[in-house]
Design a protein around this ligand. Structure first.
Ligand code: FES
Length: 163
């Protein structure tokens, strides 16, 4: 990305929240909407423009799970770790996805196909454990089903999906 372009875009975003309470969070939200994540070069520019230490910006980004430090994958896989899903094996499903995709929550596979994230209750606890890929919700997911589910999304992916 061109630094001058980033500077102009970030300045416009920052200006629109100037003087408002909680503006750093709102600016970061808008940055993520614009770029899909919060790139490091953008954080550097933001730090200069707002005169806020880079460490403070990263503190906010890492505190809120919503913010991403890497580009989102083509498919976002949300694993519910709310109480109902956790009690019905959500952690095991998450572990299987981490194993098959070789990523941790918050990361995107090297081929850019999948972004893995953990969420707290997707509002359909009766279907626990629940996994959502894009807009599609999978309920009653079992560890042995995980490979088949992601294979449906990975025709052009190099992600490992061996069952
Ligand atoms: S706890 Fe998973 S959907 Fe509610």
């Amino acid at each position: 990305m061109d630094k001058a372009v980033i500077e102009q875009e970030v300045r416009e975003i920052a200006d629109s929240w100037k003087g408002k309470e909680g503006n750093l969070i709102m600016v970061l939200h808008q940055i993520q909407n614009r770029y899909g994540y919060v790139p490091r070069e953008v954080s550097l520019v933001l730090s200069e423009i707002l005169d806020v230490p880079l460490a403070r910006i990263y503190e906010v980004i890492t505190f809120y799970h919503f913010f991403r430090l890497t580009p989102p994958g083509k498919h976002t896989i949300s694993v519910c770790m709310g109480t109902a899903c956790y009690l019905k094996g959500g952690a095991e499903i998450l572990g299987e996805l981490e194993h098959l995709l070789c990523v941790k929550p918050g990361e995107t596979t090297k081929d850019g196909q999948f972004h893995l994230e953990v969420v707290r209750c997707l509002g359909c606890c009766g279907l626990a454990p629940v996994v959502k890929i894009g807009e599609k919700v999978y309920g009653g997911v079992k560890k042995k089903d995980v490979g088949d589910i992601i294979t449906q999304y990975s025709e052009d992916s190099e992600a490992k999906t061996a069952a």
